[in-house]
Design a protein around this ligand. Structure first.
Ligand code: CTP
Length: 395
């Protein structure tokens, strides 16, 4: 993401406070961020906040003398890969439609030579008003990408459409613009997280998988242009906004969810840490303790990945092998046993809960090391490898 540059336009609305968080996330993601505020935005969040977060002075004025050429409306937009206006008020959307160059931000949008993304934020009646809806339709026709709005509780106390998307969701959409569309037009199914096999009404058998790797893989596939279904065991994570999400608990439920969509997918990536056993006859009530030894009877769970890869015409199947010893040897054995074109080997002692991981990809051509990096980066590298192998197998 380095050397990417965006102009973050902030217009006047309560959601401007969320733009500060967006600026922080963008900078953290390695995106050089230049903030341009409207006068109204300055009533909500001061320029010092954005300046501290981005490391750049904030501009608002067409006649700002800090821009050497005296052409702030041209210079600030040049070299930008994107202009993102978040929040975009109803008034600002109307200005964009009309091509009004009333202040620095609207003039920058008019004089741009890069894509424009807007994240509307306004009261629900303003959003639903025919004038705003007409403006939105015209903006889409003009090639402007609309991010949201979401629905929910608003600052005014009303409930409906008009909430700005959360900063994380905006970052997701912005980052996706920078990724090559290697999986455009393809359908990808990802399993993620642990499963939970009930012992009684409140207890169960599970494992330490956080789901972060699986969610990162789903997100990387979305960024690469795929349509993604994410079948997920219980996790604390927010799934990628653009994915179709099927939450499940037990291995059996995960298998059923996978079977309900797998016939229609091109690529299946099994990242879930599926419990190998389930409890026979779990108690419907909470088991009361007594002084006796409690014996649980466990029966083997079905292998979801193996059942997908043994279908008559399987999708391109990718497995994960979490091992604690003889990592590559065991992973390669698993790859062959489950008839997979690709398996991702990792050291489970390092991977669970860790920010950064090293992965080794094993395929017909041999081994490919993905050196230590955060899970988001590894997921993008993995998707690039999958896309190359997938394309090579197609006529
Ligand atoms: N997997 C699956 N269904 C299962 C068990 C595993 O789909 N019931 C998938 C996982 O999502 C992963 C791969 O199979 O992609 C490897 O899982 P792992 O548990 O490491 O391997 P196992 O085949 O269960 O072998 P073992 O537990 O003996 O290491």
């Amino acid at each position: 993401m380095d050397a990417r540059r965006i102009v973050l336009g902030v217009t006047g609305g309560v959601a401007a406070y969320k733009a500060a968080e967006l600026a922080r996330l963008l900078v953290k993601a390695g995106i050089d961020t230049q903030v341009v505020c409207t006068e109204a935005a300055r009533h909500f969040v001061g320029p010092a906040t954005f300046q501290a977060l981005t490391g750049h002075p904030v501009f608002s004025d067409l006649w700002d003398e800090r821009v050497d050429s005296g052409m702030a409306h041209i210079d600030l937009g040049r070299g930008a890969d994107l202009i993102v206006v978040a929040p975009a008020s109803a008034d600002f959307l109307a200005k964009l439609v009309q091509g009004v160059a009333a202040d620095l931000l609207s003039t920058l949008c008019l004089a741009r030579d890069c894509p424009l993304l807007v994240a509307p934020a306004m009261n629900r009646q303003m959003w639903e008003h025919p004038a705003t809806q007409r403006n939105v339709a015209l903006l889409r026709q003009d090639g402007v990408e609309l991010l949201g709005p979401d629905q929910g509780e608003q600052a005014c106390g009303e409930i409906g459409f008009g909430r700005m998307l959360e900063p994380e969701a905006l970052l997701e959409a912005i980052e996706a613009r920078f990724q090559p569309k290697r999986l455009a037009g393809l359908k990808v199914l990802v399993t993620a997280g642990p499963t939970f096999e009930a012992i009684d009404a409140v207890r169960g058998i599970t494992n330490a998988s956080s789901g972060r790797m699986g969610y990162a893989v789903a997100r990387a596939a979305l960024e690469a242009g795929a349509e993604v279904t994410l079948v997920t065991g219980p996790t604390c994570l927010t799934p990628p906004r653009a994915a179709r999400v099927i939450p499940v608990t037990r291995c059996q439920d995960m298998l059923a969810a996978v079977e309900s969509v797998v016939a229609d997918v091109d690529i299946f990536i099994g990242v879930a840490a599926v419990a190998d056993y389930y409890v026979l006859n779990p108690s419907e009530q909470k088991i009361k303790k007594d002084a006796h030894i409690l014996t649980l009877e466990l029966a083997p769970n079905p292998d979801i990945l193996a059942s997908v890869s043994s279908r008559p015409s399987p999708p391109f199947c990718v497995g994960f092998a979490a091992e604690s010893e003889n990592i590559e040897e065991y992973a390669e054995l698993k790859r062959r046993r489950k008839h997979l074109p690709l398996i991702v080997a990792n050291d489970v002692r390092e991977a669970v809960g860790a920010e950064a991981v090293q992965l080794v990809l094993l395929d017909e051509a041999g081994r490919h090391v993905l050196p230590l990096a955060d899970k988001r980066t590894q997921a993008r590298r993995l998707i690039a490898h999958i896309a190359a192998l997938y394309q090579a197998t197609r006529p």
